[in-house]
Design a protein around this ligand. Sequence first.
Ligand code: B12
Length: 216
Amino acid sequence: MNTETIKLANLMLEGAADESFSLLCTLRNEGWTSVDIYQKIVSGAMQHVGELWEQDDISVADEHLATATCDFMISRFHAQIKKQPSIQKAMFLCVEEEQHTLGMKMASFLFEENGWQTRMMGANLPLDHALKAAGKWKPDVICLSVTILYHLPLLESYVKTLETLPFYPQIMVGSRLLATYDLSPYCTPRTIFITNYQMLADWINDQSEGNEIGAS
Ligand code: B12
């Protein structure tokens, strides 16, 4: 873990919103890409916070403060990034009971930077509501996020049900569990699995080069 990552984790643990934001801006000015800032710095810092929490070196309140500061910081950082004109549409949601949203949120920012319209439906969205919202907005891609192992059985019903929509959306799944588990038994052969933001950026670039969504 590099020094900037640890520095950011410490700033977030202090609730230092302005300084955390400035750190990301400094890295951007030094030439870091959004992909690397989100992956190496922000994700790395949150993982570090998780480790401190697991080892009982910080309290639940400390971890909540770091999470809230992170959420605010990435939104502020993304707000000042130039976006491309929007054409394609991507919708983001966590399966029911799932509260971990930061990974999915940064993924949505990368879509936006690359000229996609997005709808962030956030944590804990029941399937029937997800289905209705998607049916109305008709996104090209529906991105699902699951972090907690015991939420995995729900993933199957989300993927299979959302794929029945008549406009045939591409389903994408992002999860820290992909590093350890094969999630394909919970999905369909068409499902795309994304483990990190470079992989996502490559997939998005592939779409803008004219490859049909889902073709891989
Ligand atoms: C912040 C946090 C929380 C916050 C989340 C708030 C929020 N708004 O997100 C709160 C306090 C709510 C929380 C609650 C809990 N948490 Co928690 N949490 C974390 C922590 C510290 C950081 C998570 C994070 O944001 N990481 C940074 C992001 C960027 O990483 P990520 O989510 O993995 O995303 C990456 C990829 O997976 C991918 N990705 C993820 N989603 C998507 C979506 C798309 C479309 C794409 C393309 C990519 C993508 O992109 C990222 C690339 O790096 C982790 C520690 C850790 N190691 O991650 C624990 C952790 C995930 N939590 C854990 C646990 C146990 C819990 C609780 C059960 C604790 C409790 N007893 O209440 C609850 C469960 C809540 C629930 N029902 O969901 C465990 C999970 C263990 C496990 N094996 O399941 C962890 C690993 C901590 C630990 N070491 O024990 N948590």
